[in-house]
Design a protein around this ligand. Sequence first.
Ligand code: PNS
Length: 159
Amino acid sequence: MVRRVVCPGSFDPVTNGHLDIIGRTSRLYDEVVVAVLINIEKKSLFTVEERIEMLQEVTKEYGNVRVEKFHGLLVDFAKQQGIPTIVKGLRAVSDFDYELQMAQLNYRMSGVETLFMSTNPEYSFLSSSRLKEIARYGGDVSGLVPDLVLRLLVERLRG
Ligand code: PNS
């Protein structure tokens, strides 16, 4: 039996914090499906296709990561893909309330389990939105995102 897990998110763009969770998860499971949320209500910097391409490029070294997009409920996507487990990174206690509620609702709706992985402390302050804000105003975000993402981020923000 193939042990599959899903790592969901917006990934606008993928950060080294995300990659740390995806990479560590890839050592625990046979296959990791990174699921990019299609959210038409939220304005994003990168299109879903751009985010998928970046994720494919930066996760290819793991060898067992597949990148997909989804819309609607995450648990419907997980069921449809035959995935029983969601893995989420927890950066701090402040993430916990929100994540716990979502995990409980997801379990209640579908029986799909959520496992939490503690973020590497090196990235516990990191979020895609903070990162974009810093980069937008010319701050240095090198070391917080993969080099490819850094290049695309600077290109996009400088228009
Ligand atoms: O990177 P993000 O934006 O924090 O990721 C949030 C995500 C995509 C994991 C979450 O918003 C999600 O699962 N959305 C899909 C809609 C859904 O299933 N909602 C019900 C949650 S109880």
